[in-house]
Design a protein around this ligand. Structure first.
Ligand code: NAI
Length: 740
């Protein structure tokens, strides 16, 4: 089945998100709503969305708009019609009646409903019509959320469902999981249950919301928003509606009912407009006092707000056993929450799916968990788990596992896709080495390096792993969300605080040596980024021989924001790329001035399409819609490199003082216009020094090493200033830049 044209009915949050994403995949799409005015406004909103829903904003006109009265004829041409109107069954039924009158024979019709079963949605359809009707449950924001649940029932034409799945996987880049028609499907059934358990147990064990979020967060492999932060993000009122729908749909003896009871504090928050981030605040709120913003957290017992307290559990990586074995309230909370999630998820097999593995993958893709409930069980260890768990009646999965005590019960991962993913390969590959920041694997005749630190921040060990892995062709790729958020600033500041600048210099030098080695070693090196590719992360990527990039990346050399200059070859490499342009051949100052602007403003690209004009990516670099495919595409690229030769060294003819003066003039104007302040000026001067070639003239040829040396000198000068250190500390504490 070919999907060449799509019509979406309902242009709200989800309809416009799905339309934008089809546009990202170059599929012509029409958005219909009650009036053309509504759908036109929805299209305008797409352009303003943050994070941006479109990969390439110039394509917006590929989304056509109209209304359901005058423009319904477009349905006749569509291969797939998606209904994304308000969650009201009467409205949805009326729309299906009209769609099935107009649609061409065989066209797929799907609903984006999050809570109404197919059985109910399709109750008025003829049998022939039911064959082509299913639920396609996208998550918000559609471009960024990996999970798509395709819900089928016994009436469906399974070949058609499968071809829709392949289309959504290959063209839209989604992790498409087919599941049964049960309330909340996979992701929300387990995800919302987990949130409710995390919340009710926090009340029961008298944890503060910061404490609960610190445990039900990074140490459990769950995003740092935890449970209360996530509640605020989703909307406390929306969560309440979701719960009501679960209470209504699920049987009275489903354990979900116990954790979905109304909580007086939550009801009060909703009634007083504290609906979360979109409202006046929620469990957390930003309070302004004396012109200062203070993040406050609610006290679950009194309902009063207090400034948030940072909770340090002293656990940096995901380690369930460390967490549940603690002899304090955090350990008790962690075990209570994790064991209940495992018990609930396993009790639903095979009803909601006969492959437990799909539940784990739905949690990864839909909630960004590092592992799902069954991987949690595996990680705790079967014997260990049964040594602690109390009752699990009516749970056949656990009863069987208790009998076999099979520690290797898990089997293969990511069964829902036929793509050869990194997740599938890792268990089959040989783990050659690991250190505290990276793992090195050997698969077939190439190596894989995966960064393992928080946000994959880079330190000496990350570089060591890269350097040691170049004895074979190398793919640098991660399963976690980010490729790398850049050099580990905490690691760097620890040295700076002790005045140990020698160690910083040694690290940066090693960073440079490693990146140079990646680029010029005898074996091809491929970086396969997704998520954040910032600072040092971008330097690793652009000094690899090839890049296979997910289309959703945030890429930029952002060092100036923390009062530094890129010093791992970032200035050099981007400058070299700009030096190869036609304009640069006629004007030696063209490239340095361009790059001065790009790096000076810490310009970031939010997609591959934005990265290319900045020359962070090259036309020949591969851009991939499905994150799952990064490994497969990289592997194929390696196999094509039997005649690989490393590139020639970079050469630069820079005008030194001449272009530096032009850059200083730009800085002076920015300073006078109060766009930058004293330290911004200093950082700008150092960047100017690097990009102008320092003390040189246009007839002299500079090479990679000369440029690395300039980068290092400027970096070392800046890191020793108090104002750069202030900027770094501020960013580490708040996540925001300090302008000084
Ligand atoms: P929304 O309220 O943002 O948008 C609904 C749109 O439908 C509005 O633009 C409205 O004018 C339009 N509409 C209402 N009646 C219509 C009719 N008869 N013909 C054409 N258009 C009509 O709703 P949202 O959030 O986009 O939800 C849409 C569907 O997606 C719902 O079924 C919801 O359960 C589901 N969903 C929502 C998610 C979310 O995070 N918002 C996530 C996943 C699913």
């Amino acid at each position: 089945m070919d999907i060449k044209k799509v019509v979406i009915i309902g242009s709200g949050t989800m309809g416009s998100g799905i339309a934008a994403h089809l546009c990202n995949a170059n599929v012509p799409v029409t958005l219909l709503d009650l009036t053309t005015d509504i759908s036109t406004k929805a299209r305008e909103k797409i352009l303003k969305s943050r994070p941006p829903l479109l990969i390439d904003k110039s394509k917006i006109d590929n989304i056509k708009v109209g209304n359901i009265n005058d423009d319904f004829d477009v349905v006749k041409e569509a291969d797939w019609i998606v209904e994304a109107v308000v969650e009201r069954i009467d409205i949805k039924h009326n729309i299906y009646k009209k769609i099935f009158e107009f649609r061409k024979q065989g066209a797929i019709v799907s609903s984006n409903t999050s809570s109404i079963p197919i059985k109910v949605l399709s109750e008025k359809l003829a049998d022939e019509e039911k064959k082509d009707f299913c639920i396609t449950h996208f998550f918000n924001p559609v471009r960024y959320m990996g999970l798509l649940e395709i819900v089928k029932n016994e009436n469906n034409d399974l070949d058609k469902i499968n071809s829709l799945k392949i289309f959504c996987e290959r063209e839209l880049g989604k992790g498409a999981i087919i599941c049964n028609d049960t309330p909340g499907f996979l992701g929300n059934r387990i995800g919302v249950f987990a949130m409710q358990v995390a919340m009710t147990e926090a009340f029961k064990l008298k944890l503060s919301i910061e404490e609960a979020d610190a445990v039900f967060g990074r140490p459990m492999g769950i995003p740092k928003t935890g449970v209360f932060g996530l509640y605020d993000l989703i909307g406390i009122d929306l969560m309440s509606d979701v719960l009501k729908s679960f209470v209504k749909e699920l049987s009275k003896n489903d354990p979900f009912q116990n954790v979905a009871k109304e909580i007086p504090l939550v009801t009060k928050l909703i009634q007083t407009g504290y609906t979360g981030r979109k409202g006046k605040g929620g469990f957390y709120r930003m309070n302004k006092e004396n012109n200062q913003k203070i993040l406050e957290a609610i006290n679950l017992e009194t309902g009063k707000y207090f400034p948030t307290k940072k909770i340090d559990l002293g656990i940096d990586t995901v380690n369930l056993n460390l967490l549940i074995n603690r002899k304090d309230k955090y350990g008790e909370y962690a075990w209570s929450v994790i064991s209940k999630i495992i018990k609930y998820a396993s009790s639903l097999v095979p009803d909601i799916t006969n492959r437990f593995n799909d539940i784990d993958e739905a949690m990864r893709l839909g909630f960004n968990w590092a592992m799902g409930p069954f991987e949690m069980l595996k990680s705790i260890g079967v014997k260990n788990f049964f040594g602690r768990i109390e009752n699990f009646e009516n749970n056949n999965f656990l009863k069987n596992l208790e009998k076999t005590k099979n520690e290797n019960f898990y089997g293969e991962r990511q069964l829902y896709t036929s793509i050869e993913t990194l997740g599938k390969i890792k268990p089959k590959a040989i783990k050659l080495d690991k250190n505290k920041s990276a793992d090195i694997y050997r698969f077939k005749d190439f190596n894989i390096v995966e960064f393992t630190t928080k946000a994959c921040a880079l330190d000496y060990d990350s570089m060591d792993a890269l350097k040691n892995a170049t004895d074979k062709p190398l793919i640098i790729i991660n399963e976690s969300m980010q490729f790398s958020a850049g050099v580990n600033l905490t690691y760097t500041m620890n040295f700076a605080d002790k005045g140990d600048f020698k160690s910083i210099e040694k690290f940066i030098k090693y960073f440079q040596d490693t990146c140079k080695h990646l680029k010029y070693s005898d074996h091809p090196v491929i970086s396969a980024p997704s998520g954040l590719v910032l600072g040092g992360g971008e330097e690793v990527a652009i000094q690899s021989n090839f890049v296979v990039s997910h289309t959703n990346i945030v890429m930029g050399l952002v060092e100036t924001g923390v009062g530094l200059v890129p010093a791992g070859g970032g200035c050099k490499e981007v400058l070299h790329r700009w030096s190869q342009t036609k304009e640069a051949k006629n004007d030696p100052d063209y490239a340095p001035l361009k790059v001065f602007n790009i790096i000076g403003y810490a310009t970031t690209a939010t997609s591959t399409v934005e990265a290319e004009p900045l020359k962070f990516l090259r036309p020949e670099d591969k851009k991939v819609m499905n994150r799952n495919s990064l490994f497969e595409v990289s592997k194929k690229l390696i196999q094509e490199q039997s005649n690989f030769k490393p590139p020639e060294e970079c050469k630069f003819n820079l005008t030194g003082k001449v272009v530096k003066e032009k850059m200083i003039k730009i800085l002076e104007k920015l300073y006078n216009d109060k766009v930058i302040f004293d330290h911004g000026f200093e950082v700008g001067k150092e960047l100017a020094n690097v990009l102008s070639g320092g003390d040189t003239t246009v007839d002299k040829v500079l090479n990679d090493d000369d440029m690395y040396k300039l980068e290092l000198e400027s970096f070392m000068k800046l890191i020793q200033t108090k104002k750069t250190q202030d900027r770094i500390k501020h960013t580490l504490a708040t996540g925001k830049p300090l302008v000084n």
